[in-house]
Design a protein around this ligand. Structure first.
Ligand code: NI
Length: 198
């Protein structure tokens, strides 16, 4: 067999292999998408809830439709991260014109139902934005909503605290996930993003 023919065969085999790997990689990606529901991951964050606010009133997620929601999970005995993030939400809303801030409902949901009863939530929420809705409920209901928002929360090793993910979620007027803010986001970052999504 001439050397040029061998070279051609090798090239063809390589091309076929490359195509096969490409198709396999594509199908893998496609499969992952299908397993996740065939949509973007973003659409899966958030979900319905029926909880009790800091005034003892039942609040359901559906009543917040038509406005954006800023949603944050934590607990009232949290030493530093929760107060910092709730203050950030407060500062962001106060940085916006009042008419725009009124288009956003800030929501705090406890991950510590054993200690965060209605009275504890009322005392705590008073430190932050006046429109803050502070929600508690039974453990099963809170676990379900935390799971829907993909929030991690568990008792921590030291001091009877809770370790939990500290992410501020921005949800749209239909209750769907828009974006989220990590620890390094500033109040100004929040305000700017909220304003762009109003
Ligand atoms: Ni916390």
């Amino acid at each position: 067999m001439p050397k040029s023919l061998i070279a051609l065969l090798v090239a063809v085999v390589c091309l076929v292999l490359a195509l096969a790997i490409g198709i396999w990689a594509f199908l893998e990606t496609y499969d992952d998408g299908a397993v996740d529901g065939g949509t973007t991951g973003a659409a899966e964050i958030g979900g319905s809830f029926s909880l009790t606010d800091q005034f003892g009133q039942t609040r359901v997620d559906g009543e917040f439709r038509g406005k954006l929601m800023l949603v944050y999970f934590g607990f009232t005995n949290c030493p530093d991260v929760c107060p910092f993030d709730l203050q950030k939400m407060t500062d962001a809303l106060q940085a916006l014109p009042a008419a725009e801030a009124a288009e956003v409902t800030p929501i705090f949901i406890t991950v510590d139902p054993a200690r965060d009863d209605v009275a504890a939530m009322q005392r705590y929420a008073a430190n932050f934005h006046p429109s803050l809705v502070a929600l508690t409920g039974d453990k099963a209901a809170l676990d379900a909503v935390a799971k829907a928002y993909r929030v991690y929360a568990a008792p921590s090793d030291q001091g009877g605290g809770m370790s939990h993910s500290s992410i501020i979620y921005l949800m749209d007027r239909d209750g769907r996930y828009l974006t989220h803010f990590a620890q390094d986001a500033t109040a100004a970052d929040l305000a700017k993003t909220i304003e762009a999504d109003l």
